[in-house]
Ligand binder design. Structure first.
Ligand code: CO
Length: 154
């Protein structure tokens, strides 16, 4: 059911510091500008790789959902992995039917890529926080061009 690996989410106390690692040390050639997503309580920047992205996420505001993660992992660390699925609602219902826990209300929300996403609790996923995201190409074909503008989230 899951398709392409879209990105690996990496929490960091400083996106600028992470750029030094991914660009200067590891040699990545492209990163997207740091963008605030206040509704989700994060700053994001994508490290562009040939086959996927690293989604750098830094806390934005006091209520950021990643403060807890950084409290346990002060230098940052791997936070989630994101797979594309053809139909986000079908995927959610399938995961629930198989006993997985969908975080929040379970209603997909628009993520940083401009398409709906859900998150699956790590307790049912081998300890990994898993994000499922509607395939961008398929979603755009039905819903029109994808906006990467403000209000999107990871
Ligand atoms: Co993500």
């Amino acid at each position: 059911m899951i398709g392409k690996l879209n990105h690996v989410g990496v929490a960091t106390p400083s996106i600028e510091e992470s750029w030094k690692l991914y660009v200067d040390v590891l040699g990545a050639t492209s990163v997207t500008p740091k963008k605030a997503l206040p509704e989700q309580g994060v700053w994001v920047s994508f490290v562009e790789l040939p086959n996927a992205q690293i989604e750098l996420i830094e806390p934005y505001g006091e209520a950021s959902p990643i403060h807890g993660f950084l409290a346990k992992n002060p230098r940052g660390g791997q936070h989630h992995v994101c797979f594309e699925v053809p139909d986000i609602i079908a995927a959610r219902d399938d995961m629930r039917a198989k006993g997985a826990t969908v975080l929040g209300t379970g209603e997909p929300r628009i993520g940083a890529h401009g398409v709906p996403v859900i998150f699956l609790h790590p307790k049912d996923m081998g300890g990994v926080l898993i994000e499922l995201m509607a395939e961008p190409v398929a979603y755009a074909a039905v819903h029109g061009a994808i906006s990467h503008g403000a209000g999107a989230a990871h």
